[in-house]
Design a binder for this molecule. Structure first.
Ligand code: FRU
Length: 510
């Protein structure tokens, strides 16, 4: 009998080890699939869109995201969950929120309710509260434009498990077809929660003492900003500008972005707990590439504001040529305010935590640009994962060409006459999946500096351009059929590169 038990235990343990091995092998396989981002967050499998519920709590960055576990195309939305201690490597957690009788779980935010205003904590825990849109698929509700409303879920174990509030929904729909994506923050001056909600073609602000009862405060934007599509996924937060508090309002729009499809515009101004007053009529975009959408910032990070977007575009998100998964996040970015010619702009720069996986391969000052500068050998073993920092001595036109053995090439550059940066992905690899994909995208140069400094970050299937310290940003995905192995810089009129720094970026997968 004892032998039999020992034998059974042995079999069990062998099976467990074999299972563990298979999971490890599967994970390994997942991370080596064609086009799999190596240092951007992407779901292990299946569909991902907007980042949701981003909250920093007890040293952990929580990232929830729009997720459909049954397919690689959009479907009934869940909130998947991943966590990170450094914004670089991510641990996948069990799915946090599942669709229920009130509908799918659309986008939203999460806050730390340290004062227990909700009363969800019974034994001194600190509740994490998610505020999200329930989207009902019932046609009769859609007919009367009441199929989207706001609900709550809370966690009393630091985000591990979530309970939906029995009083859901907490904010009913007054009859607006697009009524969604609540971003909630604590407004210290008025000691109230403020919900910034996308309501079709404008933003509506609501306030609440306890996250459960909401009162409408004001509307913003029906006549301001870009209106080529529906407004979605807003965010509202203050940033310091030379000792002054300036409020930033992010509003995603789909379609109607400068280079087509989805994009994120922003406004700067003041907010008194009731009304947002813009300080300018200008329409500005946080990113002029085609692949940064629905981005918002982490809550509870103090003065630091870290932004993350969905690295995709609704124009082709459902058909991009990846197999086991679809969708990824942009790099996390620090947001700051900068003044240029008396106007206020947002700058985004990759978080400094990325330095941990960034290994310098080549550094040189004062390089002549009389001929094309070939940097290919410094990225030869980089598997398409690298960063190049360049300083041009003058703001003359230039081009940076990334190419592979098949001759597929992506060109990032600056056109002095037009005062525009660009990313040209017309010949960058697979593009047949969508007619508008193979295009050249343009972005205004905002900076008036004499020199141009930039950082270009390439992962297996994306590039992110941070020009002029993040004043002009472009994020584009692309699908080369071989790894990028050549990197060349050319600039007919510039005399020299005052600084070159090429680095390899390590994979976040073991
Ligand atoms: C933005 C968006 C949101 C919505 C979610 C649905 O990409 O359309 O407005 O909540 O995606 O998945």
């Amino acid at each position: 009998m004892n032998h039999l038990i020992t034998f059974m235990l042995m079999i069990c343990s062998l099976t467990a080890t074999a299972q563990q091995k298979t999971t490890e092998q599967e994970q390994q396989k997942q991370h080596t699939e064609k086009h799999r981002p190596q240092f951007h967050f992407s779901p292990p499998a299946n569909w991902m869109n907007d980042p949701n519920g981003m909250v920093y709590h007890k040293g952990v960055y929580h990232l929830f995201y729009q997720y459909y576990p049954d397919s690689t195309v959009w479907g009934p939305m869940h909130w998947a969950h991943a966590t990170s201690k450094d914004l670089v490597s991510w641990e996948n957690k069990p799915t946090a929120l599942f669709p229920d009788s009130l509908g799918y779980i659309f986008s939203g935010s999460a806050v730390v309710d340290s004062l227990n205003t909700t009363g969800f904590a019974k034994n001194g825990e600190i509740p994490l509260v998610a505020i999200f849109t329930h989207h009902s698929p019932k046609p009769e509700l859609e007919k009367i434009k009441k199929n989207q409303y706001q609900s709550l879920a809370y966690s009393l174990d630091d985000g591990d498990t979530w309970t939906k509030y029995e009083g859901n929904p907490v904010l009913n729909n007054p009859g607006i077809i697009d009524f969604r994506d609540p971003k909630v923050m604590w407004h210290e001056a008025s000691k109230k929660w403020i919900m910034t909600l996308a309501t079709k073609d404008r933003i509506t602000f609501y306030s609440s003492p306890n996250l459960k009862e909401w009162a409408k405060e004001s509307e913003f934007g029906a006549e301001l900003g870009a209106h080529g599509g529906v407004w979605e996924c807003p965010d509202l937060f203050p940033l310091d500008l030379n000792g002054k508090k300036v409020w930033v309002l992010l509003v995603s729009i789909n379609p109607g972005a400068p280079n087509g499809g989805s994009g994120t515009q922003y406004f700067t101004g003041s907010f008194d707990g009731k009304t947002f007053v813009p300080e300018s009529e200008e329409t500005k975009f946080i990113d002029y590439g085609t692949d940064n959408y629905a981005g918002i910032t982490w809550s509870n990070t103090g003065d630091r504001k870290v932004f993350l977007g969905w690295m995709n575009n609704w124009q082709y998100a459902n058909v991009v040529p990846t197999t086991a998964w679809r969708g990824a996040a942009t790099l996390p970015r620090d947001l700051k305010l900068v003044q240029v010619d008396g106007k206020t702009y947002l700058s985004s720069t990759p978080v400094k935590e990325l330095d941990k996986i960034t290994k310098s391969a080549y550094k040189k000052s004062n390089v002549s640009l009389a001929k094309e500068v070939d940097l290919s050998k410094y990225i030869a073993n980089a598997k398409g994962q690298f960063k190049v920092d360049l300083s041009f001595d003058e703001a003359e036109s230039f081009s940076i060409t990334l190419s592979n053995k098949l001759g597929q090439q992506l060109i990032v550059g600056y056109d002095k006459e037009a005062k525009q940066y660009y990313i040209d992905r017309t010949q960058a690899g697979q593009s047949k999946f969508e007619a508008g994909f193979a295009k050249k995208h343009l972005a205004p140069r905002i900076s008036q500096d004499k020199q141009i400094k930039l950082s270009l970050i390439a992962d297996v299937a994306s590039v992110e351009l941070f020009a002029d310290n993040g004043l002009t940003v472009m994020t584009d995905v692309f699908f080369p059929e071989e790894t990028i192995s050549n990197l060349k810089v050319a600039s007919p009129k510039n005399k020299k590169l005052s600084e070159i720094n090429v680095s390899r970026i390590e994979s976040i997968y073991k």
